[in-house]
Design a protein around this ligand. Structure first.
Ligand SMILES: Cc1ncc(COP(=O)(O)O)c(C=O)c1O
Length: 458
């Protein structure tokens, strides 16, 4: 007989079936929005369904913080916002206002960038096996094409239009399907029949969120620059891609969650190992991570000496604190787990508007119940209004500060980076949640708001 208790047969109390809190950091504008007596209600009534809020002023701030790191390190650097992270034209607007380029991967993204006021020369075209149309568009607008394959290089050259390119490099030792191998790089650099193309340097994108591997790979590509220049290529640029982390929740909350997380916290025991979660606490996020990259083995100084500019393609980090997603509660059930009651809410939208749910993961910063009032802690899982069992916005039982009521709002914080619209579809003929843009009104702590007109792909 064993004296180890099977954790699933012990009858626990309310705290045993409830996830530990993961309260997101709050910006001043987020506080102002939540504390406003009726703005959220007014917008919700006007929209009549779920909606996303965008606050472009914070994107401008994030961009300026990255630019400051380049300036402080005296490194020539340029930002290309990875457009896939959010479709809102308000992000493109913030980029245009700050001289920021865009990383685009389709004709639709390319045209949306031009329409938003970005110059063709400030576009970086990434993605595998680009279509002939996208290559031609890139060449005609002098965009920088990150070449992913030798046939792509040949197709671009074959257009006979003066064009600009970087060679995307496969991370050594990786199984990535993106980028050129060492051998292919040599072939590309020594081709003599691609005279229409200015080869301006190299690019890569690494998975994970660590500074050192990015700095090391940039340093190893720096070593390739003299040889590439001697072959006649005007090498000016190394792009280290994206992957700049975001710090969603405080360290203590994150450490407690990852230490204690277990199946009992989840509706239907839908447990996921901590490894499947994004690192929601990130000690050196965004611009600080860029500073760490530049400081690693004096990369900044080496770039300066070599006359190379560093390009970065942040998506998520440029959108840190730039938006949130708001759902109305249209159903409440009480159920029992391990003898303890908990609520299951149904909101007026679906988990397609909270993309992380579709990557065998869960968006972990806690939703905020609005109006914010006190009560008794209520373990609450949150489902969408579709007829799919798996359509859950929060499988875990979130410790809401009170029991939710019909018509209350739930605000998922900090969702602008990838969470809002990557996976949205009009499933069930439900309308896709619109985006609401908030701007400050000078002199008062309130906002002007307007609905953003959705654009169809041209
Ligand atoms: C080539 C490239 N650049 C930039 C990014 C943006 O990454 P993040 O949003 O993590 O900064 C990605 C993401 O997949 C990418 O593939």
């Amino acid at each position: 007989m064993t004296d180890i208790l099977d954790p699933l047969t012990v009858s626990p109390g309310i705290f045993d079936i409830t996830a530990t809190p993961l309260p997101a950091h709050r910006d001043d504008w987020e506080r102002r929005l939540l504390e406003h007596p009726n703005l959220l209600r007014t917008i919700a009534e006007n929209v009549g369904g779920p909606f996303h809020i965008m606050y472009p002023a914070r994107i401008v701030e994030n961009i300026r913080a990255f630019q400051k790191v380049f300036a402080d390190a005296e490194v020539r650097g340029d930002i290309y916002y990875a457009k896939k992270a959010n479709k809102s034209p308000s992000v493109v607007g913030a980029c245009a206002k700050t001289g920021t380029g865009l990383d685009v991967s389709s004709g639709g993204e390319f045209l949306a960038a031009l329409r938003g006021g970005i110059r063709g020369a400030d576009l970086m075209v990434t993605g595998p096996a680009k279509s002939d149309d996208l290559l031609e568009l890139s060449a005609r607008y002098s965009a920088l094409v990150a070449i992913d394959n030798l046939d792509e290089l040949a197709r671009l050259a074959g257009l006979g239009i003066p064009s600009r390119a970087l060679l995307r490099v496969q991370p050594p030792g990786s199984e990535s399907r993106f980028g050129l191998t060492d051998f292919e790089l040599d072939l590309a650099l020594t081709r003599t029949d691609i005279t229409a193309i200015r080869l301006e340097g190299f690019s890569f994108h690494l998975t994970g969120y660590e500074a050192a591997p990015r700095a090391e790979m940039a340093a190893s590509l720096l070593e390739r620059c003299p040889e590439a220049r001697s072959l006649g290529h005007p090498i000016t640029t190394i792009s280290i891609g994206g992957g700049f982390g975001v710090d969603y929740v405080p360290a203590e909350a994150w450490n407690a969650f990852t230490k204690l997380v277990n199946p009992r916290w989840f509706h239907n025991e839908r447990f996921l190992s901590p490894k499947s979660y994004y690192p929601y606490h990130f000690p050196e996020p965004g611009p600080r991570m860029l500073a760490a990259v530049l400081a690693n083995n004096d990369l900044g100084a080496r770039l300066r000496e070599a006359g190379i500019r560093l390009a970065i393609e942040p998506g998520r980090a440029l959108l840190d604190h730039a938006g949130c997603s708001v759902f109305g509660i249209q159903g409440i059930k009480t159920r029992i787990a391990y003898g303890v009651p908990y609520d299951i809410l149904t909101v007026n939208g679906s988990s397609l508007s909270l993309s992380e749910q579709w990557f065998n993961s869960e968006y972990l910063p806690d939703p905020i119940l609005w109006p914010q009032s006190a009560g008794s802690m209520t373990p609450t899982s949150i489902g969408g209004c579709t007829c799919l069992e798996g359509d859950m916005l929060s499988w875990r039982r979130v410790p809401l500060p009170r029991a939710a009521e019909m018509g209350d709002l739930l605000i998922y914080p900090n969702t602008a980076g990838y969470q809002m619209d990557s996976n949205e579809s009009a499933f069930h003929d439900l309308p896709i949640p619109p985006k609401v843009v908030l701007n400050d009104v000078s002199g008062v702590r309130s906002f002007e708001w307007h609905l953003e007109v959705p654009r169809t792909v041209d």
